[in-house]
Design a binder for this molecule. Sequence first.
Ligand SMILES: NC(=O)c1ccc[n+]([C@@H]2O[C@H](COP(=O)([O-])OP(=O)(O)OC[C@H]3O[C@@H](n4cnc5c(N)ncnc54)[C@H](O)[C@@H]3O)[C@@H](O)[C@H]2O)c1
Length: 335
Amino acid sequence: MEHFSVGVVGTGYVGLATGACLAYVGHRVTCLDNDQERVASLREGRIPFYEPGLEELMARSAGRLRFAGSERLAEVAGEADVLFVAVGTPQGGDGSADLSNVAEVARAIGRSLGASTPREFPLVVVNKSTVPVGSAYYVSTLVGDGIDEAGGEGAEFRVASNPEFLREGSAVHDSLFPDRVVVGTDSKEALDVLRTLYTPIVEQSFPTEWDPRPKVAVPFVTTDLASAEMIKYAANAFLATKISFINEVANLCELVGADVSEVAYGVGLDDRVGSRFLSAGLGWGGSCFPKDVAALRATAREYEHETPLLDAAAAVNERQRKQVISKLQRDLHTL
Ligand SMILES: NC(=O)c1ccc[n+]([C@@H]2O[C@H](COP(=O)([O-])OP(=O)(O)OC[C@H]3O[C@@H](n4cnc5c(N)ncnc54)[C@H](O)[C@@H]3O)[C@@H](O)[C@H]2O)c1
């Protein structure tokens, strides 16, 4: 199998899981971060958050997995075949995704490329951060600006979108046994490189003690840039809507004397519905659903397009939280 030299910028849940898994399946990976304390602890084999199995995977890939501060980006970009961008894209004030980290990294990649010696093959810059539709073109422009800033001419790169679907708490499992790998690009060269990079995961041919493996082959979905970016948002928006749906049903159940857990069980057994994300409760939260739904609604607003279903999913979620708090207040008062 062909092994690549890979750089990953950002060592949060996504960057670290991506880097460790790609090293585990045979690639040479350097993970970069601008948080020096984080880099120092990673070099000692410690991760600064709880993620089952990740430290063990890092230890097993030690010979092929390195960590460095962002100041080493030029050196890493110079050696790399593929460079992943996996930095945070927090929610901005108007709900849209804040792309400042992504923009900073894209410009820095451009400056590194512009200042380095000509490459034999173009660098494949892969966006793994969750970014609104159109961001790949934005990244491409910024890398180009960086190259110009450094005075480099003809420094070649290709851009791809490879959204991440892992869940915090099962990042290792989700990265080694994903439901699908999605790659969006308009470059055949980038697609060929990413197909080969992911071959051990797609074919499930890497060594593992998970036997039998959860899956035999992983669908490798190839598409254009905009569709890849949209797949990530649409997936999270659907799951959030599913949770809002069952919470709305739960409130109706309470009125009519039905038991929502029995109802969800009965409904979820239908293959077309499925039982996951069908538990009534506090509503959706966490680091991704609220910001991704808000970003998708913000994108729609940019196009002056209405999203009544997503607006309702967000409103039901907001009401659910308030309702749970007022119930608690009422119950505590009566105690
Ligand atoms: N956490 C999840 O479950 C999850 C799942 C799928 C997709 N995503 C998306 O993936 C992206 C990353 O998420 P995460 O949870 O790993 O984020 P995170 O906040 O845990 O980690 C981001 C890392 O990037 C580093 N960073 C930020 N700016 C940098 C810069 N300019 N140069 C170098 N390093 C920089 C930070 O120091 C941090 O270590 C986000 O867009 C997120 O929406 C997250």
